[in-house]
Structures are given as C-alpha cells and as structure tokens.
Design a protein around this ligand. Structure first.
Ligand code: SF4
Length: 69
C-alpha cells in the first residue's frame, strides 16, 4: 500500500506549511492553495502523514492505494 495525497481546496487556507515540509510533493499555486505536484512522492520524498498532521485545517487527505508491481 502507498499513500497518495490530495488537497481539500475548500479547507486549505494557503499557509504553505505542507509546501515547506514537502516541496517535492506540494506546491502553492496562483489560487493561494496548495496543490499536489507529485502524487507518488509520499515516502521517499516526503513524510506525507507528518505533513497531513501538520496541516492546521486537515486539508490533506491521504488515500491508501495498492502499489503497482
Ligand atoms: S498545510 Fe494545509 S492549509 Fe496549509 S497550504 Fe497545505 S493544505 Fe493548505
């Protein structure tokens, strides 16, 4: 299983905490919200669970998916 992050844009307040923690996975965009730039980046590039916990509005949703062989 791997974790794939998504952002609930309704909840995101654009404080860039996730981008600061995981710049290879999350990036702020022109709408002042965080966006996932690398959905496969959890694990090696980013501790996505830690980022999700650090998000003040719980806007980061982690979906468990089966890993492709
Ligand atoms: S930490 Fe949460 S609220 Fe802050 S930019 Fe990221 S998703 Fe948005």
């Amino acid at each position: 299983m791997k974790l794939v992050p998504k952002i609930d844009l309704e909840k995101c307040i654009g404080d860039a905490v996730c981008e600061a923690m995981c710049p290879d996975v999350f990036e702020m965009a022109d709408d002042d919200k965080a966006h996932v730039i690398n959905p496969d980046g959890c694990g090696e590039l980013c501790d996505c669970e830690e980022a999700a916990e650090a998000c003040p509005t719980e806007a980061i949703i982690l979906e468990e998916v089966e890993e492709e062989e």
